[in-house]
Design a binder for this molecule. Structure first.
Ligand code: C2G
Length: 130
């Protein structure tokens, strides 16, 4: 049984999020997802997500592609999470390319292309401008 792990905020869940999770799952048998907490997001992006962490976790847990989801409390804890969840592969979007290469001593590190022309920020801007 090969476990794949990936991480993200998944705020205002959209097609690009669904696609990366489906493609991540193709790298193994089980997909485990670390969902960034509201606090981590505040540190990372200097704003609070629109959807609360319990709602984001719930959405991720309800997907067919996802076998298990947990809260990602800190970006620096990836090594612990990988070991704890017995992950063979770490999948990240290519906006993080090179950032997690140091973890390839314990797992395969794979960066997948982002889906073009869609993002949470863009969706929020479109709604604001209407
Ligand atoms: N994504 C994608 N295509 C898009 C938008 C997002 O493939 N058009 C992917 C991102 O590359 C990421 C995942 O969807 O892998 C979740 O995106 P975000 O919520 O923006 O993730 P981020 O806040 O960058 O969190 O520990 C790392 C972080 O938790 C990653």
């Amino acid at each position: 049984m090969k476990n794949v792990i990936t991480f993200g905020t998944f705020d205002v869940f959209h097609f690009g999020h669904a696609r990366i999770l489906e493609r991540a799952k193709e790298h193994g048998d089980r997909l485990i997802v670390g969902v960034s907490t509201d606090n981590l997001n505040l540190k990372k992006k200097s704003r609070r997500p629109l959807y609360k962490q319990n709602e984001r976790l719930h959405i991720i847990n309800s997907l067919k592609s996802v076998d298990m989801a947990f809260y990602e409390e800190s970006l620096e804890m990836k090594r612990e999470y990988i070991i704890q969840h017995n992950a063979h592969t770490l999948v990240m979007g290519d906006d993080w390319k090179g950032k997690f290469d140091h973890l390839n001593d314990i797992c395969d590190v794979v960066y997948l292309e982002r889906t073009p022309s869609i993002s949470t920020t863009e969706i929020i801007e479109i709604i604001r401008s209407q």
